[in-house]
Design a protein around this ligand. Structure first.
Ligand SMILES: *[C@@H]1O[C@H](CO)[C@@H](O)[C@H](O)[C@H]1NC(C)=O
Ligand SMILES: *[C@@H]1O[C@H](CO)[C@@H](O)[C@H](O)[C@H]1NC(C)=O
Ligand SMILES: *[C@@H]1O[C@H](CO)[C@@H](O)[C@H](O)[C@H]1NC(C)=O
Length: 225
């Protein structure tokens, strides 16, 4: 009985050291670091597939990258997309709660709703995140190290798997302390991109239809020749 109890305690009391590394969801296409946010040109770079990535170093710094589709209730065939990037410091409390406090001036968000608004909206983004608990363990299906973050409402964020150790992160200091003229302009202007269009291209159902179409065109071409 005591053994079972102590095993449970060991299993649930995750250690801050377990967070060390870069984690990503199963699309393995979204990673923190210079491939997601380019601080020199102040631009978010659009990955090919949606996903989430978090990185933690061993000095209390974190970085997060989100790329998500957002449904469009008025026109379900035309979803939007959102890119969010933040970095800052993290704290693990004795009760297992993990709090991520961003550097407020550095966070960025790019929202694109192609069928609702003409262009993407590029803005600052500053949201403190609290996870009531986290756990790191070997996933029994793919044998990869897995990180589960439990949100304040008890739901679990999409599982993430270890991608890099040491983590792939941008410099952990403040990147944009005072927006200059150039930055200001770029922040207010849209950065043209075709957010969700590419994800749709990769949708296997569409590839299947493309195949059907190509085959029938091929058939027509053959027929006519
Ligand atoms: C997206 O996919 C293309 C083709 O596979 C690849 O060349 C490109 O590097 C990818 N881009 C990103 C950001 O992963
Ligand atoms: C960032 O968010 C925190 C917590 O919500 C808030 O206290 C702070 O004023 C915000 N900073 C900026 C620059 O928006
Ligand atoms: C854990 O402790 C921290 C700091 O005292 C607190 O902010 C947080 O709400 C606590 N977590 C839970 C789940 O009660």
């Amino acid at each position: 009985m005591f053994l079972v109890w102590s095993l449970l305690v060991i299993a649930t009391l995750a250690n801050a050291n377990d967070l060390f590394g870069t984690w990503t969801t199963k699309s393995r296409d979204v990673f923190t670091g210079p491939g997601f946010y380019d601080p020199l040109n102040d631009r978010l770079l659009e990955p090919n597939l949606t996903g989430i990535s978090y990185s933690f170093d061993d000095d209390g710094n974190y970085e997060s990258a989100y790329y998500r589709a957002i449904s469009n209730p008025t026109d379900p065939s035309c979803p939007g997309g959102i890119l969010q990037w933040q970095h800052g410091s993290y704290t693990v409390f004795g009760n297992g709660t993990l709090v991520l406090t961003p550097i407020a001036v550095d966070g960025r968000q790019l929202l694109s709703e192609p069928c609702r608004k003409q262009s993407g909206q590029y803005t600052r983004y500053n949201t403190t995140e609290q996870f009531n608990e986290f756990s790191v363990y070997i996933d029994k299906f793919n044998q990869l190290k897995r990180l589960d973050l439990t949100k304040a409402d008890g739901s679990i964020l999409h599982p993430m798997f270890l991608a890099y150790q040491p983590p792939k992160m941008l410099p952990t200091t403040t990147l944009n302390p005072t927006p200059g003229h150039k930055r200001k302009r770029e922040l207010s202007s849209e950065s043209g991109f075709q957010l969700i269009a590419r994800e749709q291209l990769i949708n296997p159902d569409r590839w299947w239809w493309l195949g059907v179409l190509m085959t029938s065109f091929g058939g027509v071409a053959f027929f006519c020749s």
